[in-house]
Design a binder for this molecule. Structure first.
Ligand code: NTF
Length: 801
């Protein structure tokens, strides 16, 4: 079907007719998308079957990556690329006068994740398959992914996302592999051979039906599986309120939890987590038992990774299965469980550390709660032996305390590896946040610096730069991204620099056109495209960026001779629907944009653009067009960041704090190729300890600061002077938790340097290319190989068709 362009055209036309019941002329773009998508899925299926058979027959260790989020992005383009059939398809379609790009845009952008954590999981799937590693994702098939963001009068409005409205060509429903999940009810106690046994008798059963999606490796025959669970009614009884039962069960997989830092809708969220964990573990154990007779060997064949604490109930659930269903003793079950499970921490923000009230947890999941209690008691007893009399320490480390179940503690105690996602983050875990645990389990803690798949963020997103790299150093880097470093020998060649400049220009033009279409704003291609795209959060400090723009506006207004390199400030960000402050910042960006863009003189130098509904597909247009990457979180707060890597890979220069992976980016490219500023993590942590920071002093002593803060509340932006009061209050009344004012002056300074540096075009291009050359280290292939060797102990299995 894809062997040549003619055979492709032929099959495509036949399939279009049979699938859509329409002739070529009547078929819509979406019909064409569905036709092509189905053809590709079918083409994948033989490799998929082969991979599964090989995994069964080789019977080697496999990893299951449990994650409440997989932020996949569109799959058609990536699958065509990975399968090596993009050209055939593109040429064939061209001859039919169809643009592949337009067809690709018919695919909805599956947003089954909030941000960094979910996107990381998606990058990992791509790398696992490409490295021929037997590893699968397990997640939830949310009917509605992350909300669609609409901006109305500068305010964010959330609309339900509907990625499944037109079906999903990639998924295969597997009703025969459905499993039952138990909620509520009571525990039955029995006696077996003189030992107590327990069984959860549920009040509510929910059916978990798997939908499998293929994960295609790049130019290999390996096709792994992403299994997404859908919640449905298990069975209907005679005297049942059918409607409410149906509604209650289906609600479990209706919505993605639209936040990555706050906790709400607790029972539903708890249900989602157990639903994911229980269905995944039941299915993993079932398939293990098909090939293996001895459950005691489980950890030699199975690794279960929990992506943050959301799936931490994997620990008690595996214990439950091993004890209540497989009849193992506590000790044996514990040995197997702790050797199977590993855990990644993605944030140290206190509000994101999951703690569940017992009064909610215990009735919903009585047997799981009972097991956690026992884990806790045994753990506390060990602590007591080690630290006799140290009540406070033990209380602080306990899994259950003060009416709460602490999921991070459960995850640490129950797993064999705990990793952070960048060096500094792992160090903070060891030396501060989880110090007491590190003392007890020094060998469990480790670092795995995040990565991104260069196949989506460079090959797919930026084909222009990809060709340039291929022309310069060949194509080996695609399979071995560390080879991107070969570019380094060429970065001083005028021809390469010139061609790179052309690529960047082209990509800026594409984005500028998008901005003109969507926002009605004309931006200057020769201006610096200065971009901050990420979730909206106080610690990420979009506000610092805004205050800098306000400062520039004031200077430009006040001083007719003030001249700087023109800049276009581009933002993209979703705020959690209940996060009042974050939504105010979005409004502020819009108010600022209105002021700046409508000022006839100022707008000749700077412009402000907010791009609505930031998501993976939009990101693919933004990263290639960026000149400057804003990574300006308060030091110590951004665990790693991965957007920073995507910008770097596309040749943007970073303006950043010494936080997360920015530090490792600097180590790779050298201090001279990055613009760092602001407090360091130890300085921030010291302030937090000694409480000596007084934001008011900065307000009083720095006129620039006073002016911009006053403008928040003096009617400068809005008739309603209260509109941005909460923002001003966060900086002054609440003493500026994220040190925006403390870092303001050094941010202004570094931004001035950026402006000047951009004017030395030759040097800027070299620096951009140096960024690209060093980005190979930040490929998720490297990250995944580190997980495979250092945590999971799995080896690649070469699928060959
Ligand atoms: C995010 N955490 C961190 O905030 C990012 O710094 C990091 O790059 C990614 O994880 C991936 O590791 C989350 O998304 C969450 F949910 F933990 F808040």
């Amino acid at each position: 079907m894809f062997s040549s362009k003619d055979s492709f055209k032929d099959s495509f036309l036949k399939r279009l007719e049979s699938m859509c019941g329409k002739g070529f002329e009547e078929a819509t773009k979406r019909d064409q998308y569905h036709t092509l998508g189905n053809m590709v899925r079918e083409y994948i299926s033989s490799k998929w079957i082969e991979t599964n058979e090989l995994y069964r027959s080789e019977n080697k260790k496999q990893v299951y990556y449990l994650s409440i989020e997989f932020l996949l992005g569109r799959l058609l383009g990536q699958n065509l690329l990975n399968l090596g059939i993009k050209e055939v398809v593109e040429e064939g379609l061209n001859e039919l006068n169809i643009s592949l790009k337009e067809i690709e845009e018919c695919e909805s952008d599956p947003a089954l994740g909030n941000g960094g954590l979910g996107r990381l999981a998606a990058c990992f799937l791509d790398s696992l398959a490409t490295l021929n590693l037997p590893g699968h994702g397990y997640g939830i098939r949310y009917k509605h992914g992350l909300f669609d963001q609409k901006i109305v009068d500068g305010y964010q409005v959330e609309l339900p996302e509907q990625w499944l409205r037109h079906g999903n060509v990639w998924e295969v429903r597997k009703p025969d592999e459905a499993v039952e999940i138990s909620f509520w009810g009571r525990i039955e106690t029995g006696v077996d051979d003189g030992t107590l046994s327990f069984r959860h008798v549920a009040d509510q059963k929910v059916l978990a039906v798997p939908y499998d999606m293929p994960v295609v490796g790049y130019r290999v025959d390996t096709v792994n599986t992403l299994r997404l669970w859908n919640a449905e009614p298990a069975s209907f009884g005679p005297n049942q309120d059918v409607l409410s039962y149906k509604r209650e069960t289906e609600a479990i997989t209706d919505f993605l939890y639209p936040d990555d830092t706050h906790d709400e809708g607790k029972i539903l969220r708890l249900k989602q987590q157990y639903f994911l964990v229980s269905s995944s573990l039941q299915s993993i154990i079932k398939s293990y038992k098909k090939e293996n007779s001895n459950i005691r060997d489980l950890h030699h064949y199975v690794a279960i990774h929990i992506n943050d604490t959301h799936p931490a109930m994997a620990v008690p659930e595996l214990m439950r299965i091993l004890m209540d269903q497989e009849d193992l003793s506590w000790e044996d079950a514990w040995h197997i469980t702790t050797n199977t499970v590993s855990y990644t921490n993605h944030t140290i923000l206190a509000e994101a550390l999951e703690k569940w009230p017992i009064y909610l947890f215990k009735p919903l999941l009585p047997r799981i709660y009972m097991i956690i209690e026992e884990i806790n008691e045994r753990f506390c007893a060990e602590l007591w032996d080690r630290y006799p009399g140290e009540w406070e320490r033990i209380e602080h480390m306990a899994i259950i305390a003060h009416g709460l179940v602490k999921m991070a503690h459960l995850a640490i105690v129950g797993s064999n590896s705990i990793n952070g996602v960048a060096k500094i983050h792992s160090d903070i875990l060891k030396n501060r946040e989880m110090k007491s645990f590190y003392e007890v389990y020094p060998t469990k803690f480790n670092n795995k610096t995040n990565g991104i798949t260069h196949r989506r963020w460079l090959l797919k997103a930026n084909p222009e730069l990809t060709s340039l790299i291929n022309d310069t150093i060949g194509e080996d880097w695609i399979k071995q991204p560390e080879k991107l470093i070969d570019l380094k020998r060429h970065v001083y060649h005028p021809e390469l620099k010139e061609r790179f400049a052309q690529v960047k220009r082209k990509r800026k033009e594409i984005l500028a056109k998008k901005i003109a279409d969507k926002n009605g704003i004309q931006v200057d291609i020769d201006s610096i495209f200065d971009v901050q795209v990420k979730r909206l959060h106080a610690y990420k400090r979009q506000l610092l960026n805004v205050l800098h723009i306000m400062y520039l506006y004031n200077r430009l207004k006040e001083d007719a001779n003030y001249s700087i390199q023109p800049r276009t400030f581009i933002f993209g960000a979703k705020a959690s629907p209940t996060y009042y402050y974050a939504k105010k910042i979005i409004k502020l960006i819009h108010s600022l944009a209105e002021k700046v863009n409508n000022d006839p003189r100022v707008s000749q130098t700077i412009k402000v653009v907010f791009m609505e509904n930031y998501r993976v597909s939009l990101a693919e247009d933004i990263f290639p067009a960026a000149d400057v990457s804003e990574q300006i979180s308060t030091a110590s707060k951004e665990a790693s960041g991965t957007g920073n890597m995507k910008f770097m890979m596309n040749g943007a220069l970073t303006v950043g704090t010494l936080d997360g992976a920015n530090i490792e980016i600097m180590e790779e490219i050298g201090e001279g190729n990055i613009f760092t500023f602001g407090l360091t993590a130890p300085e921030v942590l010291k302030y937090e300890e000694n409480g000596r920071y007084r934001s008011m002093e900065y307000y009083h002593h720095d006129l620039r600061i006073r002016q911009v803060i006053d403008q928040l509340t003096n009617g400068f932006f809005s008739e309603d002077e209260g509109e941005f009061e909460a923002i001003a209050d966060s900086l002054l009344v609440q003493n500026d938790q994220y040190f925006v004012l403390r870092d303001f002056a050094s941010y202004i300074d570094i931004q001035e340097k950026v402006g000047t540096a951009y004017q030395d075009r030759g040097k800027w291009l070299e620096q951009a290319l140096i960024n690209v050359a060093h980005s190979g280290y930040f490929s998720s292939d490297r990250t995944i190989q580190n997980y495979a060797d250092g945590i999971w102990n799995i080896e690649s299995i070469g699928v060959k068709m």
